[in-house]
Write a protein that binds this ligand. Structure first.
Ligand SMILES: [Zn+2]
Length: 291
C-alpha cells in the first residue's frame, strides 16, 4: 500500500518535471508505437505482423515470390494505414512544437501521423510507409499511387474477403494468389520497388541516424513516449543522451528496456499523459479539445 502511494507520488513528480522541461523549451522526443495505438495502429510490423512470419530484406530482395507475398499482405494493411488519423497524443506534440517547446521529434513509427498532425521537424527513424522507393535507382513514389497501380493491374484484389489477411496464413490457395499477383516495378528503370521503411535485417540509414542524434544532442531534455525501447537504434539514442548528461524521461505503459537509466518514468499511456501535459502547460488547441 505504502509502496503504491509512493509510486503515485513519484509519477506526479515526474510529470511535473516533464512539464517544467517543456516550459524551459529545448525538449526532444522519441515516439514509438504506443503513440499510434489510439489511432488504431498496432505496430508497423503489424503490416507483416509480429505474430506471423517476418520478412527480412534478404527474403524481399532475393525472391519475386516473397515480394508478391509481402505486397499482397500489405495491400490490406495499407488501407488501414491510409485511413488512420492523428489522435490526441499526436496533436499535443504538434501543439508543443508550435508553441516552441519541442525542438525535434524522432519517431520509430512509419505511419506519417506526426506530420499529418502538424509536426514539421520529424525524423522518421524507420522511414515511412507512405513512400515507396526503387532499390536500383532510388526514385521515390507515393504509396497511394503504387497501391492504385497494383489494384489496376490486379482488379481481383477488390474482391478479397475481409478475412483475407488471416486466410493468407492458413489457406493453401495463397500460392496461386501470389503466383498471379502482378507487382509494380520502377517506371524509370524497371527495378524492384520497396516500401521506404527499414526492414528486418536492414539498418537505419546513417544520415537519418546522425540527424536524430544531433537533434537529441542539441536538446536539454529527452522525452521517450510510447516506446518500450526494444530497437537498437532508439536504445543508442537514449544512451547518447545519458552520456551527454541530458535528462531522459520515459512515458510508456509497461516496462521498457531502459527504465533503469531514466531520470524518471511514468507508467501510463501516451495520449493520457500528453493530454495532462498540454493541460498543465496551457497549450491552447488541446484545451479546446478536452472541453
Ligand atoms: Zn528505378
Amino acid at each position: 500500500m505504502r509502496e503504491s502511494n509512493a509510486s503515485a507520488i513519484d509519477e506526479r513528480d515526474v510529470l511535473d518535471a516533464i512539464a517544467r522541461a517543456f516550459e524551459q523549451g529545448s525538449v526532444s522526443v522519441i515516439s514509438g508505437a504506443g503513440v499510434s495505438t489510439d489511432s488504431g495502429i498496432p505496430d508497423y510490423r503489424g503490416l507483416g505482423s509480429r505474430q506471423r512470419q517476418t520478412i527480412t530484406i534478404d527474403d524481399f530482395l532475393g525472391s519475386r515470390r516473397a515480394r508478391a507475398h509481402y505486397w499482397l499482405r500489405a495491400h490490406r494493411g495499407w488501407s488501414r494505414f491510409a485511413n488512420a488519423l492523428p489522435n490526441q497524443g499526436h496533436r499535443v506534440l504538434a501543439d508543443l512544437e508550435q508553441a516552441g517547446m519541442l525542438t525535434g521529434l524522432v519517431t520509430q513509427n512509419v505511419d506519417g501521423l506526426h506530420r499529418l498532425a502538424g509536426n514539421r521537424h520529424v525524423i522518421e527513424l524507420h522511414g515511412s510507409l507512405g513512400n515507396v522507393v526503387c532499390v536500383s535507382c532510388g526514385q521515390q513514389f507515393s504509396r497511394t499511387d503504387i497501391h492504385s497501380a497494383m489494384v489496376d493491374a490486379n482488379p481481383w484484389l477488390n474482391d478479397l474477403s475481409p478475412d483475407f489477411d488471416i486466410d493468407l496464413e492458413t489457406n493453401d490457395s495463397i500460392s496461386s494468389l501470389t503466383g498471379s499477383l502482378s507487382i509494380p516495378d520502377c517506371s524509370v528503370c524497371a527495378g524492384v520497388l520497396k516500401p521506404d521503411v527499414v526492414f528486418f535485417g536492414e539498418s537505419v540509414p546513417v544520415r537519418t541516424y546522425s540527424a536524430a542524434r544531433e537533434t537529441i544532442s542539441r536538446s536539454k531534455t529527452l522525452l521517450v513516449v510510447g516506446s518500450s525501447l526494444a530497437v537498437n537504434s532508439a536504445v543508442r539514442l537514449v544512451q547518447t543522451a545519458r552520456k551527454s548528461r541530458i535528462p531522459v524521461f520515459i512515458v510508456n505503459r509497461g516496462k521498457t528496456h531502459l527504465d533503469h537509466v531514466a531520470t524518471g518514468k511514468v507508467n501510463l499511456g501516451a495520449s493520457e499523459v500528453l493530454s495532462q501535459l498540454a493541460a498543465s502547460l496551457e497549450v491552447s488547441a488541446v484545451l479546446e479539445d478536452i472541453e
